[in-house]
Ligand binder design. Sequence first.
Ligand code: NAD
Length: 390
Amino acid sequence: MNLDRTLKMGMVGGGPGAFIGEVHRKASRMDGGVELVGGAFDINPRKSKQMAKELILDKKRCYGTYTEMIEKELKLPVGERVDFVAVTTPNNWHFPIAKALLEAGFHVMCEKPMTINVAEAKALVQIVKKSKCVFGLMHNYTGYPMVKLARDMVRSGKYGKVRKIVVKYPQGWLATALEKTGQMQAAWRTDPKQSGGSGCGGDIGTHAENLAEYITGLKITDMCSDLTSFVKGRKLDDDVNCLLKFSGGAKGILHASQISVGEENNLTIYVHCETGSLEWHQEHPNYLYVREMGKPEHVYKRGNDYIGKLSPAAARGTRLPSGHPEAFLEAFANNYRNFTDTIRCKLTRTKVDPIVNDFPKVQDGLRGMQFLETLLASAKSKQKWTKFKK
Ligand code: NAD
């Protein structure tokens, strides 16, 4: 997959003051070989151009809208034209923008949750298939080396069958009506039209669901949920509590919250198997805690040679030696590296190695939306336990 040129990147979203667009810009270029060449960065065309100017992009490729970007980029020769586009807008825009890009032949890296309902997600699965383009979904927590190590240890069967999964994702930043102050990120996240049917569930619950299934390889089959909007006047849930059943008989608890005062981004997962347990914390991501029956606790530390022997994927996702912490940006970059290497394979007609083909895709996005629809249906129901909606 030796492509003799850089991949050209475009972006939709990520205008002035936006959060995740800037992370995409940094992470996508961490390993070189990717060049940001243009974009439609803001819902306001004037701000989009202002952002492009700040990024010192060619004026001709600073677009007012994504439709203008698609139209004008298609006029450029392949190699000069954008190869892939990062979609980093609020949720309601993901589907129309990804659809238009894929139908025009651009590869897409899309933010989560993938769409705002299952119908859109199912349609996108078909659009991706028809387009033959590469589609990545930014569930960035799968990119951490120690998450990959946990996945490889659990799935090796070394500790027997998985019995219990506890995944929690508490945050505290929406403990007050921040949306009423005009704070940009809070405003759209609490608006059902832009966010979808579930607030906290869509924003961070989907990360927890994706992480549990990624590490264990098990699928959620049944859910029993309880949703609350603690902040007065808020239209969407800000707290999620959920019991889970998984394929293979494992049981689980998923809790996500945005009103847990003092919590920052405390995504944590515990996987309890027949003879051992694993524990990983997003806020201390370089360590994986492993406990085996009758033995002292082991702390596996990223960057050591023994990690690579247990998990080549964890070694591939490591840039710095042990003791030099890596975190959010590097994990994000790992998903980008696998996504862009897959595009390079496509362009050079090279077979994609499974270690490269390791990033969340459109099917993960569909599961995320099915998780949310089941969450909402269960929360509204009297019987509570609800089959995972397919
Ligand atoms: P934000 O409000 O900070 O930024 C959104 C940007 O998109 C703004 O610049 C806005 O003007 C622009 N925009 C809106 N509609 C547009 C359109 N039609 N065309 C062009 N630009 C448009 O939002 P954010 O916090 O960066 O979140 C954006 C997306 O990223 C959401 O889907 C969110 O769920 C996701 N997200 C993911 C992670 C993660 O860890 N993977 C973290 C944060 C946000």
